[in-house]
Design a protein around this ligand. Structure first.
Ligand code: PLP
Length: 233
């Protein structure tokens, strides 16, 4: 299938999952994860109406953002950095992106705030939470989340938008929903502590339906739009 047809199929899947959950499809942003695909794939998706793109690998992402800008200065795209971020690599992220999804340390957030260029709006931030004891080392623990959220909330050039998670793969929709429900609960607890946020970034190609059922506002979809990734070895 082509990228425009894939996009349309994913949008339809989002709409039917939203409908099944009694939610407004327009409350869910489709983030097209274009990592490993070139500027041409981004432009094909953009010409089919896609505006928000997610990238994981910094150098690849910056090259792609600049290539798209060169080729098609008319496109008004929104770029989300969704990969793990090292503290010595924050500056290009602060300069080139609109959102960062995987912030899990105060030091990284502080650098992003300090390095955000003054002419740009605040950088939108999601805090990555390690829900249901993921094997992965990334993400704050639920216990550490409130302190990090308070710190980020007070940084001048950041805007705390919400929470993000990448749960371990699970087979059934019921199993997939457990960590997503936990993330939603953590968001409610933060709101009760005076930090309301509007975004749950959760759900990928394989578990999008479960994420939408639990309240996802951003689903991060790569494979279902661009096809299988092949990594250069
Ligand atoms: C690669 C990636 C995605 C997209 O995954 P697909 O399974 O291709 O939809 C989403 N989120 C993150 C953080 C990713 O690294």
């Amino acid at each position: 299938m082509t990228i425009p047809a894939n996009l349309q199929a994913v949008q339809q899947a989002i709409a039917s999952a939203a409908q099944a959950a009694g939610r407004e499809p327009g409350s869910i942003l489709l983030l097209a994860v274009s990592k490993t695909f070139g500027a041409d794939a981004v432009i094909a998706a953009a010409d089919a109406g896609q505006r928000a793109f997610g990238e994981n690998y910094l150098q690849e992402a910056v090259d792609k953002i600049e290539a798209v800008l060169q080729l098609r200065p008319d496109l008004q795209l929104e770029w989300h950095f969704i990969g793990p971020l090292q503290s010595n690599k924050t500056r290009p992220v602060a300069e080139h992106f609109d959102w960062v999804h995987a912030v899990d340390r105060e030091k990284i957030a502080q650098r992003l705030s300090d390095q955000r260029p003054a002419h740009l709006p605040p950088l939108n931030i999601c805090l990555q939470v390690n829900v249901s004891g993921e094997a992965s080392k990334s993400g704050v623990t639920p216990a550490e989340l409130p302190a990090l959220a308070h710190a980020v909330n007070s940084m001048p050039h950041l805007k705390l938008r919400g929470l993000m998670a990448i749960p371990e793969p699970a087979q059934t929709e019921a199993e997939q929903r457990v960590p997503f429900a936990q993330l939603r609960l953590l968001q409610q607890q933060l709101a009760a502590e005076g930090i309301p946020t509007d975004t749950l970034s959760m759900g990928m190609s394989a578990d999008m339906g479960a994420a939408i059922a639990e309240g996802a506002n951003i689903v991060r979809i790569g494979t279902a739009i661009f096809g299988k990734r092949t990594y250069a070895s």
